[in-house]
Write a protein that binds this ligand. Structure first.
Ligand SMILES: [Zn+2]
Ligand SMILES: [Zn+2]
Length: 127
């Protein structure tokens, strides 16, 4: 991999580590453009896929919506608001307990638990 590629990948990773809205690929591309408009869409798409393959970021699949991306690889889950599409990180000790339980019961290493809780966020509830 050449140096330019490495730099572009790092830029995308930095964006995803800082931005906690779990952006879509379109949003990631927009944010990349604001920093360096010479990076094309195909490059952004390719690098995002590479980062997923390398386990540095993860995809959050929500069937009704576009795929969203997350740079936080610490075990956590997501709540998705059905109305505004907002994604809230859920850090709950129960996930760690579940991870440990599954690991000891099946002798496996759990890296992610991908449950998605759906409902209405606080803002949408109060509307
Ligand atoms: Zn909402
Ligand atoms: Zn997250």
């Amino acid at each position: 991999m050449n140096q330019r590629n490495t730099k572009q990948k790092k830029l995308i990773l930095d964006i995803l580590l800082k931005d906690r809205t779990h952006p879509t690929i379109k949003k990631i591309y927009q944010m990349v453009q604001e920093i360096d408009s010479s990076i094309g869409q195909a490059t952004v798409y390719r690098n995002v896929n590479k980062l997923v393959e390398e386990g540095k970021i993860r995809r959050i699949s929500n069937l009704e919506e576009a795929i969203r991306y997350d740079g936080n690889m610490i075990l956590h889950d997501h709540f998705i608001c059905k109305k505004c599409g907002r994604i809230i990180d859920l850090f709950d000790n129960d996930y760690y307990r579940l991870q440990k339980k599954i690991e000891s019961k099946y002798s496996v290493k759990v890296e992610q638990i991908t449950n998605i809780c759906e409902g209405l966020c606080n803002d949408c509830c109060n509307k």
